[in-house]
Design a protein around this ligand. Structure first.
Ligand SMILES: *Cc1c(COP(=O)(O)O)cnc(C)c1O
Length: 429
């Protein structure tokens, strides 16, 4: 029946997949006019992670200790077939969900956080730092630091810190120190705090604080999306999925998922890209932050603080101020350079959906399949409808593989507002 497809621990791949040597053309390199950004990165990013960022090796090997860590946090994750949703659409589709929500952190983000913490620990430091917006990346880093006996200092965008209190509690339970950014802990934070307009913070400010704190305190800085190394580590999900489907003789016609910075979608899709010639790749973002459909392909800063080198990517501008949508993980202004290149080449198609639409799909999915998706994850669900309509018209079976990037149990605050207001909660307050 294939309702649930598992992999054993032995079957979990012991390598990651690096798409760089297989791209249709060479990836435009990071641009750093002053040379200052790369200098700082060399000091705060673990050497192995920096090496992985630029490697041309196709299948970098995963150390055994890391395999054990992956097992501990819930890998390999199952693929669950969404039969009730298939029936609902009344169309010859098969829907296979790669369940990244089944991991301890509740999302795919742990796939990379655990690796970066591990390589940080190898450099004999005791401290890692990072920034987090809505908190999912922060939770993953907190979990990864706990399992690697590290202290994590997490700079969380001020506005989210006071809104997403359960996420802050989760990070604290896992032993991390969490600060509302801008904070008094860093020079840049103290300076920015004086100006009332910075009080809510931003991802850019939080990045600046995390990098400064790592620099000043012999820590390592961990990056949560967009960059090649982060995507490399997240390909564990796609490599597993490929094996799960191949063992069962299932070849997907479509691979779909959502894009914040692009690592979740790329992590699932990239391992299929070279060997499967007939797959259609479709990725979705949010209409409130429409980089997927309205972005421009150009060099731009990955962070508002302009600390990191510029990257060539689809972007709506590093100074874009996103509305306070509930899908915090999709608020990012750009798309990872590797994924951007595939979009530019027409290999990956883009969609954007609004909050109103995706809430309906989140509710539908919960009621049919009994599992509450994160609002971010739900942005891929309308693509299924689109494919179902095509399959119905062509009277042809279509198999869909979707990245189920996370569960929505830490998003109940957002979902409950939908019921309280009995209207679409665009206010986002
Ligand atoms: C962060 C997040 C995303 C977006 O991930 P990217 O790798 O930045 O594209 C999607 N879904 C969930 C549940 C997330 O937490």
């Amino acid at each position: 029946m294939n309702t649930r497809i598992d992999l054993s621990q032995d079957e979990m791949p012991d390598f990651w997949y690096n798409i760089l040597p297989d791209l249709p053309e060479e990836l435009p390199p990071p641009k750093d006019d002053t040379g200052k950004s790369l200098e700082i990165m060399k000091k705060v990013i673990p050497g192995k992670v920096l090496e992985h960022e630029f490697t041309s090796e196709r299948r970098p090997k995963m150390p055994d200790e890391l395999r054990e860590l992956y097992f501990q946090v819930g890998r390999p994750t199952p693929i669950i077939r969404a039969r009730r949703l298939e029936k609902y659409f009344d169309s010859p589709i098969e829907i296979y969900m790669k369940m990244e929500g089944y991991t301890f952190s509740g999302s795919h983000k742990i796939n990379s956080a655990i690796v970066q913490a591990f390589y940080s620990k190898q450099e004999n430091v005791s401290l890692i730092t990072t920034e987090t917006g809505a908190g999912q990346w922060g939770i993953a880093v907190a979990l990864a630091s706990a399992l690697n006996d590290l202290k994590a200092k997490i700079f969380m965008v001020g506005a989210s810190y006071y809104q997403k209190t359960y996420r802050v509690t989760m990070m604290k339970m896992l032993g991390s120190d969490v600060y509302a950014s801008p904070s008094a802990l860093t020079k840049i934070g103290r300076k920015l705090m004086r100006n009332e307009k910075n009080r809510n913070g931003s991802l850019g400010i939080a990045i600046s604080e995390a990098v400064e704190y790592a620099l000043e305190n012999n820590g390592r800085y961990n990056v949560g999306s967009v960059v090649n190394a982060d995507i490399l580590y997240k390909t564990i999900a796609g490599l597993e999925a490929r094996k799960q489907l191949e063992i069962n003789g299932i070849e997907p016609d479509y691979i779909i998922g959502v894009v914040g910075g692009g690592s979740n979608y790329s992590g699932l899709a990239f391992p299929f890209y070279k060997d499967y010639k007939n797959i259609q790749f479709i990725a979705a973002g949010s209409s409130e932050v429409p980089k997927m459909t309205k972005g421009i392909y150009k060099y731009d800063y990955p962070d508002t603080g302009k600390i990191l080198p510029m990257l060539k990517m689809y972007t709506i501008g590093y100074d874009f101020i996103p509305p306070p949508i509930y899908s915090g993980g999709l608020r990012y202004h750009g798309v990872a350079p590797t994924l951007s290149l595939l979009m530019k080449k027409g290999i990956v198609q883009a969609r954007d959906y609004d909050q109103e639409t995706i809430f309906k799909y989140a509710e539908l999915y919960s009621r049919l399949e009994g599992y509450i998706p994160a609002p971010e994850t739900s942005h891929a669900l309308p693509i299924i409808k689109e494919i179902a309509d095509i399959a119905k018209k062509e009277k042809k079976k279509k198999r869909i593989l979707m990245s189920f990037s996370g569960h929505g149990l830490l998003d109940l605050g957002s979902y409950s507002k939908m019921y309280e207001n009995n209207e679409v909660p665009y206010s986002g307050s």
